[in-house]
Design a protein around this ligand. Sequence first.
Ligand SMILES: *Cc1c(COP(=O)(O)O)cnc(C)c1O
Length: 365
Amino acid sequence: MLTRIPARKELEQLGVYQPGKPIEEVKRQFGLSRIIKLASNENPFGYSPMAKEAMLQEMDKVTLYPEATAPELVEHLSVHLGVPGDEILLGNGSDELIRLITRSYIRQGDEAIMADVTFPRYETNVLIDGGSPVKVPLVDGVHDLEGMLAAITSKTRMIFVCNPNNPTGTIVGREALRNFIEQVPADILVIVDEAYYEYVTDPNYLQTLPLIDLHPNLLVLRTFSKVYGLAALRVGYAIAQADVLQSLTKVKDAFNTNRLAQAAALGALKDQEYVAFCRDKNAAGRHYLEQEFDRMGIRYFPSQGNFVLVNVLRSGDEVFASLLERGIIVRSGRQCDAYPDTIRVTIGTEEQNEAFIAALSDCLK
Ligand SMILES: *Cc1c(COP(=O)(O)O)cnc(C)c1O
């Protein structure tokens, strides 16, 4: 029987997150002995042994509630990033922080500007909180910052810049982003999502943290889910001036990051050698994939992340399905709200990248 209690009308516009098929089911369906998952931009090398040790040390304390403000992790992040501790707020993944931002700042009818092809959580959360997403098309896969400025109206409350952009992997130029931040009116929040920050190797990438002191409307998002390899533990953080973060703190759950997650993140943060190792491996893998795509004559967006969006010159859904039969899981463009003739592949280990290229060549024959 259907419930008689109507949900908020904002929810009518929303779909339900479609999770991928469980790996075991795919194996059984196609009689495969192994699956290579290159679908969710997870770290193929796993996580630092120092994070594991830290979690093991913490195991016996899970009876106690976590520290609500994660003081030890914040203190280390503060030193690592060179920003005061009261300018850092931890979240249950950066996903939660995006929700806290829209919940704190979006009023009914407010507009939020974002790229037309970008991380879908911005749009979803703006809609849930009664706002209107205003989408500005990417130009050659890159944020059109001029176009985003031009889209500002009296209703604009916030602008999202995903840098590098998921799913295209592109970054915006250093000067262009700096000028943009300077031109956005001070009563509009600028959110720069840097989930893939640690993977960037292009020197033309803006370091945003030094700008926070000058711009009380700037908020930067980072995460332990990608290069640190701790996606399941759900730890992200926001960096912004203290009064912005105070608003988010008011709406967050008290114990939003758990004990094991805080311990693991701290252990992972202390192992910057591991981060450098993953960054180097990823850059080499990215180079390898790009060379192979060039050789195959297919185009892709130049990526600074740990994934590449490739134009497969036919339905991305079909290529997704043929790769799946061959034991390789990617995302089709449609699955990540991007162009229908693309797939997004996460950069894996050398062996995984080679298996992917072999399978893709086979599919595109
Ligand atoms: C993966 C990703 C996130 C989510 O990170 P969590 O910290 O795991 O919630 C945020 N933004 C972008 C652009 C991402 O690709």
